[in-house]
Design a protein around this ligand. Structure first.
Ligand code: 5RP
Length: 231
């Protein structure tokens, strides 16, 4: 599948998710290129009279939502949004995810955890039988060195994410750094997600294993069931 086909698939997924939004809903707005397509379609629906509010998961999502005329609110105003729409970097057959390529996974996880339904929009390249991508981990800068040591002790290969067109590490919207840590094939994502968050200094990690029951995955124009994720 070439780049153009991936983009077309992301657009289809985003648009399909936007069609599931009902009048009056409060929706979590994830971060990344696929969610932007959902926002693009929401912009059209808002222009046609749809009344919704969005909770952005990053500065990037907030900026795009404002450009598109999507009224914004917060988890303080709406602690239980109707749904959250978000992208992912890997999705396995049980709808467990790795997220955080955009370093927004901490707020994305807060919003996904609070929402009644979680809609994940992806193209085919994100489907995998086993999660094995590096796990993005948000860490307070103060604890970077001991956290790196703990991750190595756990068998991981931690790398501090570096900025592009900016010297030094990526700094998240929360003022923290990101460590991308490879663990090879992750046989128990639930355990790894839990173990990572028990390390002092780690704010959140990009494994999403706890929302599977309320997750709907849209790949291109298809609503997936887990049986569709084939080797
Ligand atoms: C940001 C994320 C994104 O949702 C994920 O990286 C997918 O992005 P895209 O839709 O651009 O492929 O987790 O932190």
């Amino acid at each position: 599948m070439d780049e153009q086909a991936h983009t077309a698939s992301k657009r289809e997924a985003g648009y399909r998710a936007a069609e599931l939004v009902q009048p009056g809903m409060v929706i979590g707005l994830g971060t990344g290129s696929t969610v932007f397509f959902a926002m693009e379609r929401l912009k059209e629906r808002i222009a046609a009279g749809l009344n919704i509010q969005g909770i952005p998961t990053s500065l990037q999502a907030a900026t795009r939502a404002r450009e598109y005329g999507i009224p914004l609110t917060s988890l303080d105003e709406y602690p239980e949004p109707d749904l959250a729409i978000d992208g992912a970097d890997q999705v396995d057959p049980k709808f467990r995810l790795i997220k955080g390529r955009g370093a927004a996974h901490t707020r994305e996880k807060c919003v996904a955890a609070s929402a009644k339904q979680f809609i994940v929009v992806i193209d085919e390249s994100k489907l995998t039988t086993h999660l094995n991508a590096p796990v993005p981990i948000e860490v307070i800068p103060f604890a970077a060195t001991p956290v790196v040591a703990r991750l190595k002790f756990m068998g991981g290969l931690p790398v501090i994410r570096q900025g592009v067109k900016k010297d030094g590490p990526v700094i998240t919207d929360n003022g923290n750094i990101i460590i991308d840590c490879s663990f090879g094939r992750i046989d128990s994502p639930e355990k790894l997600e839990h173990d990572l968050c028990s390390i002092p200094g780690i704010v959140e990690n990009g494994l999403f294993t706890r929302f599977t029951k309320k997750t709907l995955v849209i790949v291109g124009s298809r609503l997936l069931t887990s049986a569709d994720v084939i080797p």
